[in-house]
Design a binder for this molecule. Structure first.
Ligand SMILES: Cc1ncc(C[n+]2csc(CCOP(=O)(O)OP(=O)(O)O)c2C)c(N)n1
Ligand SMILES: [Mg+2]
Length: 329
């Protein structure tokens, strides 16, 4: 049973590092923009931001190959952008417009892309976990060597259906990577108030599922752990658990009063562990990029994000007739 922390850095080129910087920055700026649009009343309903956790999904996507699948909870915009979904379609969905991925009828928590193998977007805590094992079952059945990244939170890890899924996934050696995005809080409840052990991945031991802890603020550590997990799954050895220790900077959702933690706690993580700053430093000190290069990337990202907001605002609301389409009765 592997129980070691992933510390060794994988070798990546300056170009790859720059790409991870770009992808993490896209998620952060996109979500900051979504936060603004929410404040302006252009986004309604639930909206859960991923800011702070960017290295998790970017690192794991770097370990994925075409055909691999992914699905997650309601905190899902980062996953969509990282797997290559179009920022315009995501922003238009957030604002409930026709040009959105679910034609404006799903909103933040309910977007899908079969083209990018993104299976949601799930508002019910833990609901995506058995679905992820189901997708992995289909891949195993078809013998296509794909893996499914099934993301869920520390809070979701206390759901019963997670353990029913662990059992089946282990029993049938399903190619599924369970990614526990441990951001230390489930809404306003700190992990130590809800969870019996400081590490969650150890629960896999009861089912014979190996796992490990990963520093989720370090995109390279995440990528390396992801590659190991992917290799395990593709070799037909069954599921793997990655417990990625991360942190969300924003509230649980846009309506979070944030009374359960201090500002200083958040500020400390931002200053000492920020995943984007970390890569920025590496790029500069390793001379893979100059300040000018990084400014050009920032500018490019800003343009993409602004365009997505413009696209969203100019896309019409869904027609009334759409109320009766895509409905399962
Ligand atoms: C079955 C169910 N119970 C409760 C809720 C309300 N709820 C929404 S998010 C959440 C916390 C989940 O926390 P975690 O799994 O750590 O994910 P995070 O929000 O930190 O990403 C709860 C209890 C829900 N949506 N579904
Ligand atoms: Mg959490």
């Amino acid at each position: 049973m592997a129980a070691k922390k992933a510390t060794k850095k994988p070798n990546v080129s300056g170009e790859e590092l720059k790409e991870y910087y770009r992808e993490m920055l896209l998620i952060r700026r996109f979500e900051e923009k979504a936060g603004q649009l929410y404040g302006m009343g252009l986004i309604g309903g639930f909206c859960h931001l991923y800011i702070g956790q960017e290295a998790v999904v970017v690192g794991l996507e770097a370990a994925a190959e075409e055909g691999d699948k992914r699905l997650t909870s309601y905190r899902d915009h980062g996953h969509m952008l990282a797997c290559g979904m179009d920022p315009n379609g995501v922003m238009a969905e957030l604002t409930g417009r026709e040009g959105g991925y679910s034609k404006g009828k799903g909103g933040s928590m309910h977007m899908f892309s079969s083209e990018k193998h993104f299976y949601g977007g799930h508002g019910i805590v833990g609901a995506q976990v058995p679905i992820g094992a189901g997708l992995a079952f289909s891949d195993k059945y078809k013998k296509n060597n794909s893996v499914t990244f099934t993301y869920f939170g520390d809070g979701a890890a206390n759901q019963g259906q997670v353990y029913e899924t662990f059992n089946m996934a282990a029993l049938w050696d399903l190619p599924v990577i369970f990614v526990i995005e441990n951001n230390q809080y489930a809404m306003g409840t700190a992990q130590q108030r809800s969870t019996s052990s400081p590490d969650i991945y150890v629960r896999g031991e009861a089912f014979g599922i190996p796992g490990e802890i990963v520093d989720g603020m370090d995109v390279l550590a995440v990528k390396e752990a992801g590659e190991k997990a992917v290799m395990h799954c593709r070799a037909g050895k069954g599921p793997y658990i990655l417990e990625v220790k991360t942190y969300r900077y924003r509230g649980h959702s846009m309506s979070d009063p944030a009374k359960y933690r201090t500002r200083e706690e958040v500020q400390r993580v931002r200053e000492e562990r920020d995943p984007i700053e970390r890569v920025r430093e590496m790029l500069l000190t390793g001379k893979h990029a100059s300040e000018e290069d990084l400014k050009a990337i920032d500018k490019d990202i800003k343009k993409i994000v602004n365009e997505s907001a413009e696209f969203a605002k100019s896309s019409p609301e869904p027609a009334v007739s759409e109320l009766y389409t895509d409905i399962l009765a």
